[in-house]
Ligand binder design. Structure first.
Ligand code: HEC
Length: 136
């Protein structure tokens, strides 16, 4: 009588042990199913941006496609500069980063777009609250 009681106790603790082992193994088991894993994001390429997400205006397409030959347009749009400062940036982009030199009308068009839509940040304060998630 006493013996079988002991056996039961042993069996019970063995069962608990099994259950714990099963729980411990759960995350491993579920990660073995690729279908439940989030799809890994492809690495960013500048062309993932859509020209339509940026303010419309003369020179938008020219500026977007010219600058995104090398990097995200976001790098450009997070800046706020005067026309002179944009002009300097284009020089710097050519000297430092081998951007094809922009000349004549092309340069005017792109500078006008940049200076109009990406002017120094202080000036945008008067426009009130800005949606931080809206493309700039
Ligand atoms: C030939 C390649 C090339 C082209 C074309 C180009 N850039 Fe760049 N630009 C670079 C590189 C390289 C960097 C620095 C690396 C980075 O941040 O990705 C950079 C960085 C920048 C930065 C960031 C500077 C900073 O202080 O962080 C700005 C602003 C910028 N570019 C503006 C422009 C604008 C505006 C145009 C289009 C008129 C343009 N770039 C076109 C190569 C280029």
């Amino acid at each position: 009588m006493k013996k079988s009681h002991l056996m039961r106790l042993r069996y019970a603790s063995f069962a608990v042990g099994l259950a714990l082992a099963a729980i411990a193994a759960l995350p491993v088991a579920s990660s073995a199913q690729p279908a439940t894993q989030p799809v890994t994001q492809p690495t960013f390429t500048p062309r993932d941006e859509d020209v339509k997400n940026f303010p419309e205006g003369a020179g938008r397409d020219e500026t977007f496609y010219f600058c995104t030959a090398c990097h995200a347009f976001k790098i450009v749009t997070q800046q706020g500069m005067t026309r002179d400062q944009w002009n300097e940036s284009l020089n710097w982009m050519t000297e430092r980063h081998k951007m094809p030199e922009l000349k004549g009308k092309d340069r005017d068009v792109i500078l006008a777009y940049l200076a109009t839509h990406y002017a120094p940040k202080a000036q945008t304060g008067s426009r009130g609250w800005q949606n931080p998630f809206a493309p700039q």
